[in-house]
Ligand binder design. Structure first.
Ligand code: G3H
Ligand code: ZN
Length: 276
């Protein structure tokens, strides 16, 4: 590839370490993710989903803010477009200077997923941007959990060869948006997938995993570990506590700051866990 940005995901795979990738929902998440990574003195991925861009009415403001924070960080930090569902958003992300993108064609028929992902790879690699794709749909985005879905190793190898992606999200037992950490990772399948494909593997829906399962997933061969819901639970809990402790609060900074701090503390803790 013609990649010019440092690639944290490849570096993590080579070092056999997990790399935490956390979702930016509000500006404060981006601040907290960088603060947590700096406290842990470890690299980090800030990721912005298509849905988060929709929430903000567009990708540009939140992406540029995240890029500014990543650039100013004292640790390696990259900004990634997460779960992009159309090529136009990928084009915008590339023009804004994001470091990597995920094109999510997991709900498409296999041939269409291959063809569209291939075109995204061509566009991105020409601009030094790395591409993550998904094969075997990690459910839960629509509220329907499907932890039984599995990515087949032979199909994963064929998909990587046919598309030229730089990393691959696989279905190995997790599901998006779980609010309790009770999922388990199919470790033997992770081992088979890691042996079958050369590119780093990405775990989505990692909020459903306990600390022990997160460590086991990395040891089995997962590299980029995506976490969103778990941090949002802590953020919202801290905001709720602050609001109930003082019902006269008016300044949003007084109740949002505790949420931001709760996220920073947990990001630092999880990054250390994944790197251990
Ligand atoms: O792409 C984002 C992740 O897969 C986050 O999933 O909210 O279940 O942690 P989660
Ligand atoms: Zn995801």
């Amino acid at each position: 590839t013609t990649t010019t940005h440092p690639d944290l995901v490849d570096q993590a795979r080579r070092a056999q370490r997990g790399l935490g990738a956390f979702n930016v929902v509000l500006l404060e998440h981006a601040e907290a993710i960088v603060a947590g990574a700096e406290r842990a003195e470890l690299p980090v991925v800030l990721q912005i989903s298509h849905n988060a861009a929709r929430y903000h009415g567009g990708l540009e403001p939140i992406a540029l803010a995240s890029l500014a924070l990543a650039r100013a960080a004292s640790v390696p930090a990259i900004v990634h477009l997460d779960h992009a569902e159309d090529v136009a958003l990928v084009e915008l992300a590339v023009s804004l200077g994001v470091h990597s993108v995920m094109f999510d064609g997991s709900a498409l028929p296999y041939d269409e997923n291959v063809a569209t992902t291939r075109s995204v790879v061509d566009l991105c690699h020409a601009n030094g941007v790395r591409v993550e794709a998904e094969l075997g749909e990690v459910g839960g985005k629509d509220g329907v959990h499907a932890p039984g879905v599995r990515t087949r190793p032979e199909e994963a190898a064929a998909f990587v060869a046919a598309t030229g992606v730089d990393s691959l999200a696989v279905a190995v037992g997790t599901s998006h948006a779980m609010t309790s950490r009770v999922a388990t990772v199919d470790r033997s399948l992770v081992g088979e997938l890691a042996a079958a494909v050369e590119v780093p593997l990405v775990l989505h829906g990692s909020s459903g995993l306990s600390d022990d399962e997160l460590i086991a997933a990395v040891h089995a061969g997962m590299t980029k570990i995506n976490i969103s819901t778990h941090l949002n639970g802590l953020f919202t809990g801290a905001v709720r506590d602050a609001l109930s402790a003082d019902t006269a609060l008016v300044d949003p900074r007084k109740y949002i700051a505790p949420g931001r701090e709760a996220v920073a503390v947990e990001v630092a803790r999880i990054l250390r866990l994944l790197a251990s």
